[in-house]
Design a protein around this ligand. Structure first.
Ligand SMILES: [Fe+2]
Length: 242
């Protein structure tokens, strides 16, 4: 199978990855020195999140200080796990966005589409939970552009949520679960659909251009048809939710 149609059947997908090869959650636990990221609120506080500070609290700054080992695993993940989904070279977000959703709050302040803030319509979002998430601390998405039928996208640790954040309204409900969510996400664009843009990311203050917000991941010479030995077509059809 060619991986070009990864989002052709559903608005979003949930695909498992090998946590031993890509131990994102373990690296974050080690970085923060906590055993369970779901309990992060017992060790760290943050002001209520607004459009202005939703990436700029002290706790965000701490998450972004995670070591190079994490970023090395991230780059390898984009090369070996994400790229085969698309069947060609990619442009990808050079540094992912880290987020948390503490009890009583949201992770992003406004319901929005990423296109509202200058993002490229060809972007696909890869959202990775580092905690067990539940209906109260996950991303909520509409099922189709303009449908406004928001539903929780509850995905397991060890899976990636894949969706088009430029197309679908998304946001959070207040986290009444008593458990913190920690996650990171990034955007990729097929190389064939990519163009530099003049707009600047409001969160990361980087221009949406290669060498700034984005980096290139050239096409691989390896087979693009399989992910970690798993047939992609079977993986996608077996793991769809909703
Ligand atoms: Fe967004």
């Amino acid at each position: 199978m060619e991986g070009h149609g990864v989002l052709s059947e559903r608005a979003w997908q949930d695909l498992p990855y090998d946590m031993r090869k890509y131990p994102f959650d373990q690296l974050m636990r080690t970085h923060l020195g906590v055993e369970a990221l779901e309990d992060l609120h017992e060790y760290h506080n943050a002001p209520r999140l607004t459009s202005e500070n939703e990436q700029a609290t002290d706790l965000h700054r701490l998450l972004y200080k995670i070591g190079q080992e994490f970023y090395d695993v991230y780059t390898r993940f984009v090369a070996d796990w994400v790229r085969p989904l698309f069947g060609e070279g990619l442009v990808y977000q050079s540094r992912p966005n880290f987020r948390f959703q503490l009890p009583g709050d949201v992770a992003v302040a406004e319901w929005h589409r990423d296109s509202d803030v200058g993002h490229h319509a060809s972007e696909t979002n890869i959202w990775i939970p580092l905690t067990t998430v539940n209906e109260r601390n996950c991303v909520w998405l509409e099922s189709a552009h303009g449908a406004r039928d928001f539903k929780p996208a509850v995905v397991s640790v060890g899976s990636a949520l894949i969706f088009k954040a430029t197309d679908l309204l998304h946001g959070n409900v207040k986290n009444t679960s008593g458990r913190t969510r920690v996650s990171f996400e990034f955007r990729v664009i097929k190389a064939s659909e990519y163009q530099d843009r003049d707009e600047v990311s409001v969160n990361l203050s980087k221009r949406f251009a290669v060498g700034d917000y984005f980096e290139r991941m050239p096409a691989s010479t390896a087979s693009e048809c399989r992910v970690d030995g798993t047939d992609l077509h079977r993986a996608t059809s077996d793991t769809l939710q909703e």
